[in-house]
Design a protein around this ligand. Structure first.
Ligand SMILES: [Zn+2]
Length: 85
C-alpha cells in the first residue's frame, strides 16, 4: 500500500492528488488558494471566537457551581423537609 499525499481544499473540501495543487495549495474545483491570507485571517478569527465561547461556557459553569453550593447551603439550613415514601 502506498500513501498518496493529498490536498484537501479548506474552502470546498475537494481533495486533489495533483502534485502541483498540493505544492501550491491550489484547488481546481473552486479555483481558490488554500493559503489565501483572507482565509487565514478568517480561520484565526474563527478560532478566537471559539476560545471566547469556551471561556464563556467555563465562566457559566463556575457561576452555576457557586449557585448550586448556595442552594445546598440553603437546603441544609432549611427546617422544611420533603419526605418521599
Ligand atoms: Zn476548493
Amino acid at each position: 500500500m502506498t500513501a498518496v499525499p493529498g490536498f484537501a481544499c479548506p474552502h470546498c473540501g475537494a481533495v486533489s492528488y495533483n502534485p502541483n495543487d498540493l505544492r501550491e495549495g491550489y484547488c481546481g474545483r473552486c479555483n481558490r488558494w488554500a493559503r489565501d491570507p483572507a482565509l487565514i485571517a478568517d480561520q484565526i478569527a474563527c478560532e478566537l471566537e471559539r476560545l471566547d465561547e469556551l471561556s464563556r461556557v467555563r465562566n457559566m459553569v463556575v457561576v452555576l457551581q457557586a449557585r448550586e453550593q448556595e442552594l445546598l447551603a440553603v437546603h441544609e439550613r432549611s427546617t422544611v423537609r420533603v419526605f418521599v415514601e
